[in-house]
Design a protein around this ligand. Structure first.
Ligand SMILES: [Zn+2]
Length: 87
Protein backbone atom coordinates (compact mmCIF):
# COMPACT_ATOMS: atom_id res chain seq x y z
CA UNK A 1 0.00 0.00 0.00
CA UNK A 2 1.34 3.44 -0.94
CA UNK A 3 0.69 6.80 0.68
CA UNK A 4 -0.77 9.32 -1.76
CA UNK A 5 -2.10 12.86 -1.46
CA UNK A 6 -5.52 12.98 0.17
CA UNK A 7 -8.24 12.62 -2.41
CA UNK A 8 -12.01 12.71 -2.03
CA UNK A 9 -14.51 10.44 -3.75
CA UNK A 10 -17.81 12.07 -4.77
CA UNK A 11 -19.39 9.91 -1.99
CA UNK A 12 -17.39 11.97 0.50
CA UNK A 13 -14.82 9.35 1.46
CA UNK A 14 -11.30 10.77 1.83
CA UNK A 15 -8.43 8.38 1.12
CA UNK A 16 -4.72 8.93 1.59
CA UNK A 17 -3.36 5.64 0.33
CA UNK A 18 -3.76 3.27 -2.59
CA UNK A 19 -3.08 -0.39 -3.17
CA UNK A 20 -2.42 -2.50 -6.24
CA UNK A 21 -5.27 -4.59 -7.64
CA UNK A 22 -4.75 -8.30 -7.13
CA UNK A 23 -4.07 -10.28 -10.28
CA UNK A 24 -2.31 -7.45 -12.12
CA UNK A 25 1.32 -7.18 -13.14
CA UNK A 26 1.81 -3.89 -11.25
CA UNK A 27 4.38 -4.16 -8.43
CA UNK A 28 2.66 -4.36 -5.04
CA UNK A 29 4.30 -1.20 -3.69
CA UNK A 30 3.91 0.88 -6.87
CA UNK A 31 2.73 4.46 -6.40
CA UNK A 32 -0.13 5.57 -8.65
CA UNK A 33 0.48 8.17 -11.35
CA UNK A 34 -1.85 10.65 -13.04
CA UNK A 35 -4.25 8.72 -15.26
CA UNK A 36 -4.17 5.59 -13.11
CA UNK A 37 -7.46 4.22 -11.84
CA UNK A 38 -8.50 3.59 -8.26
CA UNK A 39 -11.63 2.21 -6.64
CA UNK A 40 -13.24 3.94 -3.65
CA UNK A 41 -13.05 1.57 -0.70
CA UNK A 42 -16.36 2.90 0.65
CA UNK A 43 -18.68 2.98 -2.40
CA UNK A 44 -16.78 1.04 -5.07
CA UNK A 45 -16.84 3.89 -7.62
CA UNK A 46 -14.05 3.84 -10.21
CA UNK A 47 -11.97 7.01 -10.04
CA UNK A 48 -9.05 8.31 -12.07
CA UNK A 49 -6.10 10.21 -10.63
CA UNK A 50 -5.73 13.69 -12.12
CA UNK A 51 -2.49 15.54 -12.89
CA UNK A 52 -2.71 17.11 -9.41
CA UNK A 53 -3.33 13.62 -7.92
CA UNK A 54 -6.89 14.43 -7.02
CA UNK A 55 -9.52 12.12 -8.47
CA UNK A 56 -12.45 12.34 -10.85
CA UNK A 57 -15.08 9.73 -11.67
CA UNK A 58 -13.95 7.42 -14.48
CA UNK A 59 -16.64 6.84 -17.07
CA UNK A 60 -14.74 5.10 -19.89
CA UNK A 61 -14.86 1.50 -18.69
CA UNK A 62 -15.47 0.40 -22.29
CA UNK A 63 -11.96 1.56 -23.21
CA UNK A 64 -10.34 -0.86 -20.77
CA UNK A 65 -9.16 -4.36 -21.57
CA UNK A 66 -11.41 -7.16 -20.35
CA UNK A 67 -8.71 -8.21 -17.86
CA UNK A 68 -8.70 -4.68 -16.40
CA UNK A 69 -12.50 -4.59 -16.13
CA UNK A 70 -12.40 -8.01 -14.46
CA UNK A 71 -9.83 -6.80 -11.91
CA UNK A 72 -12.05 -3.78 -11.12
CA UNK A 73 -15.14 -5.99 -10.81
CA UNK A 74 -13.30 -8.26 -8.33
CA UNK A 75 -12.33 -5.25 -6.20
CA UNK A 76 -15.87 -3.80 -6.37
CA UNK A 77 -17.40 -7.17 -5.44
CA UNK A 78 -15.10 -7.40 -2.40
CA UNK A 79 -16.01 -3.84 -1.34
CA UNK A 80 -19.73 -4.43 -1.84
CA UNK A 81 -19.54 -7.70 0.10
CA UNK A 82 -17.63 -6.02 2.91
CA UNK A 83 -20.14 -3.15 3.05
CA UNK A 84 -23.26 -5.24 2.55
CA UNK A 85 -24.07 -3.43 -0.72
CA UNK A 86 -25.87 -5.58 -3.34
CA UNK A 87 -23.68 -5.93 -6.48
ZN1 LIG B 1 -16.82 6.59 -2.78
Amino acid sequence: MSAVAEHRCPCGYVADCADTAPGTSTPVDAKPSPGDLTVCIRCGRVLQFTEAMGVRPFEAMGQLAESERAAIRRVQAAIHSMRGIPS
